[in-house]
Design a protein around this ligand. Structure first.
Ligand SMILES: C[S@@+](CC[C@H](N)C(=O)[O-])C[C@H]1O[C@@H](n2cnc3c(N)ncnc32)[C@H](O)[C@@H]1O
Length: 474
């Protein structure tokens, strides 16, 4: 018996059960994603699977694509096998694209579910055309809108190709609501290990005047174009709906897939997750800022406030910063940050680790705290380079008050400036569109806007962020 799960925690729990039951050597457990599961060669048998039902995990569209992927994996790798799948509802079962030989209805508390018994057969060959070759699958006629969307994707791809090749950029924005009716942002992420492309599609919520049915149709069309024209399987198109969100909701978990993969950015490798949160772990528009900071960091002590997954700190460390200190409120993002350091072969000390016995400070440290409080408490410690990129608004329960970057930036900037060594620099960045820097409030400081931080893939959106370099006068 062989068992697979993509989630390391589930694999660990399963191994513990196998061992408790004394079944080592009989039951083999391995970490594998669905796409990696294949039948042991030369054998046939029974595949049993209890995929998520949507009662607890996953949202509907993602579940449908998971069931479709399961069906495809069975058809491609398990011909001649039998499958018994425990499904939460009939319509999800339909997404498998496999006919059940038998259905057993069961009740799990209030949920009616069924075991689908499936014999996995060879796919029926396509009918042969006049030339004796299998006829191509019928192509659905595209609407005029879908054709314009497809043209724009292809045009943008051509336009960005030379640049992305030359600069070695493997993750970039391909489309940003270029056609108002197709109100999406499409970002491409290339997995470093496999070279496989993934599309992260964010649908901007349409105004109330747009008919929900029309919006749904266009979403379907756009997803089909993205899959077909970029040659992506369903599982590699990750769609999210982006509404104006404030504070904690923006960082809330959407799913629990744990589907992470590493991408390359210059000399760095960074983990991204395109399913479980609204953001992916890497803000692509900040790519040039990270590169500039990496170049500026050599020999410097760097402080990264509101560090998120610490991609900036990893770049600084790869640029030979003498130390990095990364502060964020979120345990989840700091754990992610620690994995980013590890992925680059850099040792760092996380917030949960006991630092009491260390004689000297670690070169790279992660600190879990409210950055606003933390900067007030730093006494005599100073830094050469501070990167501060606060959220526009935050009202996390772990904070005393709230953070509003427009309201609070003068105080934050002064407090950060006070933590600089005499020649030190503060890089202050914000993505609040209507942000107005209060120059008058920043007396005693020299403020210069950093140019060249908007990359060609965000050319349509020149105010996606702004970034200033701030030093102390004299
Ligand atoms: C916009 S992200 C910062 C992006 C990051 N600078 C980057 O370049 O990838 C905002 C981050 O601020 C964190 N955050 C929100 N309020 C905070 C607070 N009061 N103190 C520290 N971190 C906070 C969130 O957990 C989140 O990781």
């Amino acid at each position: 018996m062989i068992g697979y799960d993509a989630e390391p925690d589930a694999v660990r729990a399963a191994l513990a059960c196998v061992s408790a039951a004394g079944l080592q050597g009989v039951v083999h457990i391995e970490k594998r994603s669905l796409a990696e599961v294949e039948a042991p060669s030369g054998l046939t048998g029974l595949v049993v699977c209890n995929p998520p039902w949507g009662e607890r995990l996953g949202n509907r569209r993602e579940l449908e694509s998971l069931y479709a992927a399961l069906g495809r994996q069975l058809r491609e790798h398990f011909v001649g096998w039998e499958a018994a799948l425990l499904c939460g509802d009939t319509s999800l079962g339909r997404s498998l694209g496999l006919r059940a030989r038998k259905r057993n209805v069961l009740h799990d508390g209030p949920i009616e579910c069924q075991i689908l018994r499936i014999d996995v057969h060879e796919p029926k060959p396509r009918p042969l055309g006049a030339d004796g070759k299998p006829e191509p699958a019928p192509v659905r006629e595209r609407s005029e809108g879908a054709r314009s969307f497809a043209n724009r994707l292809s045009k943008n791809k051509k336009k960005l190709r030379a640049w992305s090749k030359r600069e070695g950029v493997s993750c970039y924005r391909l489309y940003e609501a270029d056609i108002p009716e197709y109100n999406f942002a499409v970002d491409l992420y290339e997995a470093a290990d496999t070279g496989l492309l993934h599309a992260h599609v964010q649908e901007y919520a349409p105004p109330d005047t747009v008919d929900e049915g029309d919006a749904r149709r266009r979403r379907g069309e756009a997803l089909a174009v993205i899959r077909e024209d970029l040659g992506l399987t369903r599982e590699r198109v990750h769609i999210k709906r982006r509404e104006r969100q404030k504070g904690a909701k923006q960082y809330a978990k959407l799913d629990d897939s744990g589907n992470e993969f590493a991408v390359r950015e210059g000399p760095a490798r960074l983990w991204v997750n395109l399913d479980d949160y609204l953001d992916t772990g890497l803000f692509l528009d900040h790519r040039p800022v990270r590169a500039k900071l990496r170049e500026a960091a050599a020999g410097k002590q760097v402080l990264n406030l509101f560090c998120y997954t610490a991609s900036v700190s990893v770049h600084a460390a790869l640029g030979r910063a003498s130390s990095t200190t990364s502060v964020d409120l979120s345990r989840i993002y700091l754990e992610w940050a620690a994995r980013n350091f590890a992925l680059n072969g850099l040792a760092c000390v996380g917030p949960e680790e006991d630092q009491g016995y260390r004689r000297s400070r670690p070169a790279h440290e992660l600190i879990r705290d409210d950055a606003l409080e933390w900067i007030r408490e730093q006494g005599s410690r100073r830094w050469d380079l501070i990167f501060c990129d606060p959220p526009s608004f935050s009202n996390s329960k772990r904070m005393r008050g709230t953070l509003d970057v427009q309201r609070d930036h003068v105080e934050i900037i002064h407090r950060c400036a006070a933590l600089l060594r005499p020649q030190g620099q503060l890089w202050f960045s914000t993505n609040l569109r209507k942000f107005k820097l209060d120059i008058e409030g920043l007396d005693g400081l020299v403020v210069e806007e950093l140019s060249g931080t908007i990359p060609p893939d965000f050319a349509r959106n020149k105010t996606i962020h702004r970034c200033w370099v701030i030093t102390r006068r004299g």
